[in-house]
Design a protein around this ligand. Structure first.
Ligand code: PDD
Length: 283
């Protein structure tokens, strides 16, 4: 069952109501996290809380809870929802201020948590088709802010043109997807752009790198030229909930043989094993 928590109140998500003066609504002045739940357990919870705290520090929202209280709240949300496989959305905005001002008000942050059931259907994995688009977003993609208007524009432009998504290019270099990180595989070596202020430091990205290295694969966190995508054997997008998604076509050109690649299969298996290990550790 979908459930929401808003500033201390539990309800159905559709019954949770927010003030028009909330800074998240007025200014997009807030940060968020999306976390996958597998078999009732939140995957990579510590990493998500650490990133949330970093995002809050970057935009000077004082964390209203400490790490153990965040964990307890999120775990309570999952347990109240009684969902086994779900996505948790956590949003923290600066709070409610009746005067519209660019100056930060001294107010308490708004906390919103929702849990929504999600089926991770392994049978329907189908390589997607992407187009490269100029990354015109702001230059702090490393902060997970709720203002996603540019990401939405880019995704929708790609879809209007008949693609599933876009890979974003800044100064000739790949940054990330509209809601994912990007990997390219060439001769069994994984390439992904290095962490910078232009892209989100994805938790699935980190997991993928760690697992790949653990399975003896070479990973290079180095700049990827747009042209390199044409020569890649495989391209993947990674994100919470998406895990590792294969790309079959870039700019209309087939990637590898257009099918799911052998390195992807290896990584997918490794990812599933990692999820099972994480569940077993908790149970
Ligand atoms: N998005 N880059 C962007 C721009 C993202 O929005 C996301 C995730 C990622 C991948 O990060 P992670 O592996 O930590 O989920 C990279 C989430 C899922 C969203 O906005 O729905």
């Amino acid at each position: 069952m979908s459930i929401a928590y808003l500033n201390g109140q539990w309800s159905k998500p559709e019954d949770a109501k927010i003030s028009v003066f909330d800074r998240g609504f007025m200014f997009g002045d807030g940060v968020y996290e999306v976390m996958p739940v597998y078999h009732g357990h939140i995957f990579t919870l510590d990493q998500h809380i650490a990133r949330l705290k970093r995002s809050m520090a970057e935009v000077r929202i004082q964390s209203p809870l400490d790490a153990s209280a965040w964990k307890a709240l999120l775990e309570e949300a999952v347990s109240r929802s009684a969902e086994h496989n779900a996505l948790i959305y956590l949003q923290v905005t600066r709070g409610i201020a009746s005067e519209r001002s660019h100056v930060y008000p001294e107010v308490s942050p708004t906390i919103l948590v929702t849990v929504t059931p999600s089926e991770f259907d392994e049978q329907t994995i189908k390589p997607i088709s992407v187009i490269c688009k100029t990354d015109f977003r702001w230059a702090r993609g490393d902060i997970k802010v709720v203002s996603l208007i540019a990401n939405g524009m880019l995704k929708n432009q790609a879809m209007d043109e008949g693609f599933d998504d876009a890979i974003l290019i800044r100064d000739g270099l790949v940054t990330e997807g509209t809601s994912s990180n990007v990997f390219a595989v060439k001769d069994r070596v994984l390439w992904t752009p290095p962490k910078s202020e232009y892209l989100l430091h994805g938790i699935t990205r980190d997991q993928t790198i760690e697992l790949a290295r653990g399975h003896g694969l070479e990973v290079r966190e180095e700049n990827i030229q747009e042209n390199f995508l044409k020569q890649a054997d495989e391209i993947w997008l990674t994100a919470s909930g998406l895990e590792i998604l294969p790309v079959g076509k870039v700019n209309g050109q087939t990637v590898g043989n257009g099918c799911v690649g052998e390195t992807w299969y290896l990584m997918k298996k490794a990812f599933q094993e990692e999820i099972l290990k994480a569940i077993e550790k908790i149970d």
